[in-house]
Design a protein around this ligand. Structure first.
Ligand SMILES: [Zn+2]
Length: 512
């Protein structure tokens, strides 16, 4: 690889330099404790982009995503019914789905994400940790960890204000009440533990046969690095702080298995601009779908591919959406050599970003109607997407039109919104002065006789204004009032062409 300027290519190279293998495993994961928000998506997409970079190096790569749904249900999020409180302490996979559409609480949120990811061209193997644990898949690693529990305690205590006196890196879910209010009484250094529960139940079990135990997070993470032979896993910056899970994980894996922790990149948090907040402390959550409602899938990928994981940024729902679409289209034109760009390094970087964003790269530059124009089209046809995109061929335009319509309805500022009159209200008719009415009648006559391009129509406006002796601004104001009942609107010439001669005449003739 000549030009290693993209962060994912650099990360991929690091992984392959560290160990020579035929196939690599990249991992990511999350506890499905509630709605997975767009901030959590950064981990998924960061991994996927590195996966694609490894594939470009000719490597076989497996992308595993771990649903940590055998973690305990800690608290009821704000967007979930309070009644679930009684299930606190159960594994997330055993809590019922409050929305009653899935097998469990965990699966409800897992499926939501799995469905959202379908359009993003990722090849992910999802692993449900509750199934792995119930099948006792990690019993060997659990035994290895338990036998080093004092060493692990010492590692953790380096960072703790109140050091552990005794430490069991293990959660046991009671066989009777299913909760984790248990205490370990004895361990035989092999596969047998004895526990008692607050509910009164107690038992001795072999954890090769009863899948009711789970390592605590930090040891659990390491055990799975070992079990899956993970080569790469990104992490949020908190994991890498002193005493964070990665920092301790790399000591635990060394101590217990004498192995190195996987390679990683650290990613920054992202925030939301102009949309709902996605803090999990409020009920409002911006999930992946709410972003895909206004951004084409390639553009969502492009936003992340084009930003170093270490850089924080905001996902915009406000007017910046228009700019992001423009920037993506620009990047796409660079890829298809339709933009002159003097800086060769920048050019190849942009092309690489495009490649990583668009995994079904079209053969030639697709149609690129601007997002702003799409907002005019969809509003002109009041959300009738098929009518709005008549004349366009590529599937991308349909998607773009849907996104534009969603954006107009949910996030656009008032000044971008309009509704075309069927009937001009009397109040508006009365507000127009004679000269304004005269210019609009003049416009009807011209439209009846001639067909126009944007440019020639624009020039015609000025001729009409001159003839009627009206200020241009008064003419535009009159036209917008008559057509949409606002003093301003989308650029008039293209707007009139979008509306079409017949519709314009139908509206404006009401002025006579
Ligand atoms: Zn119990």
């Amino acid at each position: 690889m000549k030009n290693l300027s993209h962060w994912a290519d650099i990360a991929a190279k690091k992984v392959t330099n560290r160990s020579k293998k035929k196939a690599y495993t990249c991992a990511a994961g999350i506890t499905p404790s509630g709605t997975v928000h767009i901030g959590n998506f950064r981990e998924i997409i960061t991994t996927d982009i590195v996966v694609k970079a490894l594939e470009k190096l000719g490597k076989k790569v497996k992308f595993i995503y771990s649903w940590d749904d055998y973690d305990r249900f800690r608290k009821v999020p704000k967007n979930v019914p309070k009644e679930l409180e009684k299930y606190i302490g159960l594994p997330l996979s055993e809590v019922p789905d409050p929305f009653k559409c899935h097998k469990s609480y965990a699966e409800h949120f897992e499926k939501e994400v799995e469905n959202s990811l379908k359009n993003l061209e990722m090849d992910i193997e999802f692993i449900r940790q509750n199934e792995m644990h119930k099948k006792c898949k990690y019993s060997k690693q659990i035994k290895e960890v338990l036998n080093k529990r004092n060493k692990i305690k010492n590692i953790l205590n380096k960072y703790r204000k109140e050091p552990f006196k005794e430490y069991w890196p293990l959660t046991v879910y009671c066989e009777k009440c299913k909760k984790d209010s248990t205490e370990i009484l004895n361990y035989d250094k092999n596969y047998e533990i004895q526990y008692k529960c607050e509910c009164g139940f107690s038992n001795k079990i072999d954890f090769r046969k009863k899948g009711i135990v789970k390592l605590k997070w930090r040891s659990d993470w390491c055990a799975r690095w070992i079990y899956e032979k993970v080569d790469f896993e990104p992490g949020g910056k908190d994991h890498f702080a002193a005493g964070g899970s990665y920092e301790t994980g790399k000591q635990i894996i060394k101590e217990v298995w004498n192995k190195e922790a996987p390679d990683y990149v650290i990613y920054e948090w992202i925030s939301i601009k102009g949309g709902k907040e996605f803090s999990s402390s409020t009920g409002e959550v911006t999930n992946i779908d709410s972003v895909l409602e206004i951004y084409e899938p390639e553009i969502l990928r492009w936003i992340f591919a084009g930003t170093r994981p270490g850089a924080g940024f905001s996902i915009s729902f406000d007017l910046d959406v228009l700019k992001l679409y423009e920037d993506f289209d620009y990047c796409e034109r660079i890829y298809f050599n339709k933009e002159k760009i003097n800086n060769k390094k920048e050019e190849s970087k942009q092309k690489r970003i495009y490649e990583l964003s668009n995994l079904k790269i079209p053969k030639k530059l697709p149609e690129q109607p601007s997002f702003r124009h799409m907002t005019v089209l969809v509003q002109t046809y009041e959300g009738d997407i098929e009518k709005a995109i008549k004349g366009y061929k590529s599937p991308r335009v349909k998607k773009r039109a849907e996104c534009a319509w969603n954006w107009i309805q949910k996030y656009a500022p008032e000044e971008m919104k309009f509704k075309v009159h069927k009937k001009i209200p009397e109040k508006i008719k009365k507000s127009l002065n004679e000269k304004q009415i005269q210019t609009l009648k003049e416009l009807i006559n011209k439209l009846k006789k001639k067909s126009y391009t944007q440019q020639s129509l624009f020039e015609e406006f000025y001729k009409i204004c001159k003839k009627v002796d009206i200020k241009n601004t008064d003419f535009f104001k009159g036209a917008y009032l008559a057509l949409i009942g606002k003093e301003k609107g989308p650029k008039l010439a293209p707007f009139i062409l979008v509306l079409g001669k017949n519709r314009i005449i139908e509206i404006l003739k009401q002025l006579s």
